[in-house]
Every structure is written in C-alpha cells, then in structure tokens.
Write a protein that binds this ligand. Structure first.
Ligand code: 13P
Length: 339
C-alpha cells in the first residue's frame, strides 16, 4: 500500500508538472460563470471542464493530475466517455475534493473549520472505484484582529490528519491544504508567523495520526503581504520568506509541495514559484496546484461559447506551460510578452 501511495505522490510532482485544481463546488463555479455571463447548468459545467481536459498539449506535457468535484468525477463527456478516463488517457491522474466546505467554528467568531469526515471511509472506497488516486481537503485560516486562535489552528490540523489517514487507508494520496488566506491589512511577517504555526500544528497531527508522509502532498499558501497591506513584498522577498517558512516546518520526507494561487494574479503566481525554484535548493519538489491562476484566462476566452473552445484551450495551454517552466525555475517575464 505504501509503495502505491509513494508512486502516485511522486508522479503528482514529476519534473515540470503540476496540478490543475478544477474542483470548484457548484456555488463557486456559479460565481466564475456569472463573471463571464454563462449559465451555470450541469451541461455547461461539463462542457467547460471537458474542454480543459481535452487540451492535449497542456494535459500531456504540463499537468500531472486534476482535482475534480464529485459531480465531475461521475460525469461522462459529450461522446459518452467518462471524464476521468479522458484525464487518465492524457497521462494525468484524476483526483477528488472530499471536504464538504468550511463552516463557522463554534466558539470562535470569524473563524472556520472544514467539515466532511462523517462517512468518509465509505466515500473514499467509492471514489477509488471511480478512478480517483488522490484527494484534497482544504482548511481555511483567516488572519485578523486577534485571530487565528490556537483553537482554529488545532481543530483544522486535527481534521486534516483524520482525512489524510482515511485517504491512505483507501490507497488514495491525500493533498493536505491548510490555507492561510491573503485577505487583510497584515504584513508579510504576520503571514509568515501564522503559516509557520499552521504547518507545525499540521505535521504534529499527521505524526500523531500515523500518516505516512512519503505518500502525501502539501498544498500550502505562499508567504505574502496581505492584500490590503500598504507595503507589498516583491517577488524575491516572497520567494525567500516562503521557502524559509516551509523549510522550518515541512519534513523532507514529503515528496512535493504544490502551491494554491489564492487570488494572486496569474503572472504573480507564476513569477513567485519560478523565483523559489531558481533561487533555492530544497528537499522537496515545489510545484503548482492552481485553480484560478490556471483557469482565469481560459474561462474568459471561452465565455460560455462552443465556438471559442480552441482559443480557450490555447489560453489554458499557455498558462500551464508558464507554470511548468516555473516549476523548474526557468520562467521569464519575456515569455509572457512573446505569447
Ligand atoms: P486557487 O489556486 O484558485 O486558490 O484554488 C486552488 C484550490 O484548489 C484551493 O483549494
């Protein structure tokens, strides 16, 4: 079992490859579709995602795995092929988001805890049969006045470890995602401090709950200035602080770290990742698991219209290629302009 987990985890961070996060819940994809004036019907959601997964240049060369939402893992493409098969035919691995969302944390105003543990063992067995070989669980940690609390950090770390242990029991690699949100006026030092605390709590819980680290992937946030902070750290400082924080807290047994984009611009998300890989030697692979930063340009080019599919696929392929270069530290801003 551990061999299968390790093989999958290593494939998820193969050289120059990263993960496409396409696991927006129905509510979140509705917001994305609203932004381009497309109807959020089940068929449209399927058509949009099928278009991405059929972008063969991006999928075969730059994408190691795709995180799906429950609905998509059960869907068939227009021609009847299961969506998960379209993904595996490109060589990428299908994955599944299994948490059921972040809810108010009792006793901790303004903070959240992620739900979805009840019945998870049975759901994992079904997801394995449907073709999923990795999973994702996202915890949300908010920085604000007097928060995050120790309660929030501990409670979320505990749930992440419960999830991770159940995933591994089902031969599914857990992506553990303790996301420290970038919203707020805090500075980069505060983001560092909170990220370090969240990661320390997480790895302590993963140890306590007997999770096999070599068969996991971490999905961290970058260490950034808050979006409303007056002083915004530049690319080199973000790279330095992020790597310093991760080196302190993430054991070298973890095969790979795939960042979330979290609301950064497409180019910032790429530039930060590339700078880290260019500037530092690290004990783990450092790659991407972007949602918005991989899809935003494609979504806009698509605009909900079938006749725009080719343009949308090339927009997606471009971002996938840029992030692939960033995963080996070879991205340059001039490559964006050339495109
Ligand atoms: P973003 O890259 O848009 O933050 O989404 C990644 C993700 O899957 C968050 O859980």
């Amino acid at each position: 079992m551990t061999v299968e987990l390790e093989t999958t985890a290593q494939a998820m961070v193969a050289d120059g490859k990263g993960i496409l996060a396409a696991d927006e819940s129905t509510g979140t994809i509705q917001k994305r579709f609203d932004s381009i004036g497309a109807d959020c019907t089940e068929d449209n959601r399927r058509d949009y995602r099928e278009m991405l997964f059929r972008a063969s240049d991006a999928m075969t060369n730059y994408i190691s795995g795709v995180i799906l939402y429950d609905e998509t893992l059960r869907q068939n493409a227009k021609d009847g092929t299961p969506i998960s098969q379209i993904i595996s035919d490109t060589g990428a691995i299908p994955g599944i988001k299994v948490d059921t969302g972040a809810k108010e944390l009792a006793g901790c105003p303004g903070e959240k805890v992620t739900e979805g543990l009840d019945g998870l063992r049975e759901r994992f067995a079904e997801y394995y049969d449907l073709g999923a070989r990795f999973a994702k669980w996202r915890a949300v940690i908010t920085i604000g006045d007097g928060i995050p609390s120790r309660t929030c950090i501990q409670t979320n770390a505990h749930a992440l470890a419960r999830y991770a242990a159940l995933a591994q029991e089902a031969k599914i690699v857990p992506i553990v995602e303790p996301e420290v949100l970038m919203d707020g006026p805090h500075d980069i030092a505060r983001c560092f401090e909170v990220t370090e605390a969240a990661l320390n709590a997480l790895y302590s819980e993963l140890y306590t709950q007997k999770v096999h680290l070599e068969g996991t992937i971490l999905k961290p946030n970058m260490v950034l200035s808050g979006t409303e902070c007056g002083t915004q750290a530049g690319v080199e400082e973000v790279a330095e602080q992020t790597v310093k924080c991760l080196k302190r807290a993430v054991p070298s047994a973890v095969p790979g770290l795939c960042f979330l984009s979290g609301g950064q611009s497409d180019e910032d998300a790429t530039a930060h990742l590339s700078a880290m890989n260019e500037m530092f030697d690290m004990p783990w692979k450092l790659s991407f698991s972007y949602g918005r930063a991989l899809q935003a340009a494609a979504l806009k080019a698509w605009g909900g219209k079938a006749e725009n599919e080719a343009a949308a696929q090339s927009a997606f392929s471009h971002r996938a290629k840029m992030n692939s270069l960033a995963a080996t530290g070879e991205w340059k801003t001039t490559l964006e302009k050339a495109a």
